[in-house]
Design a binder for this molecule. Structure first.
Ligand SMILES: *Cc1c(COP(=O)(O)O)cnc(C)c1O
Length: 377
C-alpha cells in the first residue's frame, strides 16, 4: 500500500513499540499500587510526562494524559464552560475537527452559545471578526481554534487569536493534533492555556493523547472517578500507550526539521506533477502556510467516491477530505467554509510523511493520470 493518508493516522515507530513492550508483556502493575512493580510503572509515566512537556515547552505538571485527541478536545471545551458558569459562550471556527464541532453542538443543546469564526479561501481564520466580537463586549469562556487544519493543512495565526481571546478574559484552546510532532509547537510562544494532542498522528500508538493545561487555569473535570492524573483525569493509566507516545514525540521532535524538509519537497513535487499532468486539477489552500505533508486538490471531472475507489484498487490510500467524511456524499464543512460550492466535484486529500518515497509519488501521479483521463467523456 502507498500511504498518502498520514493525516488520518501514522505508522507506529519501532522505537515506540520497543518502549511499550515491557509494559504489555512484562510489568503489568497498576501505577497506583504500593509495591515495586507499581512504582516502576509510576516512574515510567512520570518520565513520559517530562518528555511530552519538554517537547511543547510546558511543565510536566501541565500535561494530562487522555484517551486521545477527541477526549482532549471535548474536555477543553466542557471543562472551560463548566468552570466559568457566568460565561456561557464559546468562540470557535467553522473548520474545526468534529471533536470540537460536535462537542459545541452538544453544549449548544445544553444552552451554551457558540460563535463560529469564518475563514477565507485559504482556510485562514478571520481575526478581524474575532476583534469585532471583542469590541462588541462578548464574554466567552473559551476561544478554541485549531493550530493546523486536518483537511487542507492551513496553519492558523494562533498567537494573534490568543491575544484577542485573553483581551476578552477568555481562555485560549488550540487543537494542535495535526501540528504536534510535525511543526514547532511551544505553548508560551503560542500563548495558549489549553492544547490538545494525539499520539497516533506522530508515530505513537492509537488511543492515547494529552491535554496541556497551563498552570493556574480554571477548568472542570470531564470524567469522574479516581485520583489519577493529579485528580483531573480519572482511570487507570494506559501505561504502554503513554510511554509509547512520549517515545514517538521525542523521535518526531529530534527529526522534525529533516522530516519536514523531506516531506515538503515530496509534497511540492506531487503538487507540481498533478498540476502539470492532471487535467482540471486545482490545489486548495494553495497560498496558505501549510503543514509540510498536506496536499488537497479538487478535480471537476470525476466523483470523490469513484476516485477513491479507483485509487484503492491501485493500492493507494488517500482520503476524500477527512477520514470521517470519506464515503460521505456531502462536501466537507472545511471546503464549504472556504467558499467552495456544494456539489459536483471530487476532493482529494493526499497527506505525506517522511516514510514516502519519490517512486511512490510518481506511482500516485501516474495512477491519478490514468483514472482521470480514462473517466473523461
Ligand atoms: C485526528 C484528529 C483529532 C482526533 O484525535 P483522536 O486521537 O483520533 O481522537 C482531533 N483533531 C484533529 C485536528 C485531528 O486531526
Amino acid at each position: 500500500m502507498i500511504d498518502l493518508d498520514h493525516a488520518a493516522t501514522t505508522r507506529l515507530y519501532p522505537e515506540a513499540l520497543d518502549a511499550m513492550l515491557p509494559f504489555l508483556t512484562g510489568n503489568h502493575a497498576n501505577a497506583s499500587g504500593a509495591y515495586g512493580a507499581a512504582r516502576q510503572t509510576r516512574r515510567a509515566i512520570d518520565e513520559a510526562r517530562v518528555v511530552v512537556a519538554s517537547c511543547i515547552g510546558a511543565k510536566p505538571g501541565e500535561i494530562f494524559f487522555t484517551s486521545g485527541g477527541t477526549e482532549a478536545d471535548n474536555w477543553a471545551l466542557s471543562g472551560a464552560v463548566s468552570a466559568h458558569p457566568g460565561r456561557p459562550h464559546i468562540v470557535t471556527s467553522a473548520i474545526e475537527h468534529h471533536a470540537i464541532l460536535e462537542m459545541c453542538t452538544a453544549l449548544e443543546e445544553q444552552g451554551m452559545h457558540v460563535t463560529k469564526l469564518p475563514v477565507d479561501h485559504n482556510a485562514v481564520v478571520d481575526c478581524d471578526m474575532l476583534m469585532q466580537i471583542e469590541k462588541d463586549g462578548a464574554k466567552p469562556a473559551l476561544v478554541s481554534v485549531m493550530m493546523a487544519n486536518n483537511e487542507v493543512g492551513t496553519i492558523e495565526p494562533i498567537q494573534k487569536i490568543a491575544g484577542t481571546a485573553h483581551a476578552m478574559g477568555a481562555l485560549m484552546h488550540t487543537d494542535a493534533v495535526q501540528a504536534v510532532g510535525h511543526i514547532p509547537v511551544n505553548v508560551d510562544a503560542l500563548g495558549v492555556d489549553l492544547l490538545s494532542m494525539s499520539a497516533h498522528k506522530f508515530g505513537g500508538p492509537k488511543g492515547v493523547g494529552a491535554l496541556y493545561i497551563r498552570q493556574g487555569t480554571r477548568i472542570g473535570r470531564f470524567m469522574h472517578g479516581g485520583a489519577q492524573e493529579m485528580g483531573m483525569r480519572p482511570g487507570t493509566e494506559n501505561t504502554a500507550g503513554i510511554v509509547g507516545m512520549a517515545k514517538a514525540l521525542e523521535i518526531s521532535v529530534i527529526h522534525m526539521k529533516e522530516n519536514a524538509l523531506k516531506t515538503a519537497a515530496l509534497r511540492d513535487s506531487l503538487q507540481g506533477e498533478i498540476l502539470r499532468r492532471i487535467p482540471g486539477a486545482r490545489i486548495n489552500a494553495a497560498d496558505a502556510e501549510r503543514l509540510p505533508g498536506h496536499l488537497h486538490i479538487t478535480i471537476d471531472s470525476i466523483s470523490s467516491s469513484m476516485l477513491l475507489m479507483r485509487l484503492d484498487m491501485m493500492g493507494i490510500a488517500a482520503s476524500a477530505g477527512s477520514a470521517c467524511a470519506s464515503g460521505a456524499l456531502e462536501r466537507s464543512h472545511v471546503l464549504l467554509a472556504m467558499g467552495a460550492s456544494r456539489d459536483g466535484q471530487a476532493d482529494l486529500r493526499l497527506t505525506l510523511g517522511a516514510d514516502n518515497t519519490p517512486e511512490e509519488i510518481e506511482s500516485a501521479v501516474a495512477a491519478l493520470e490514468r483514472i482521470v483521463i480514462r473517466s473523461q467523456p
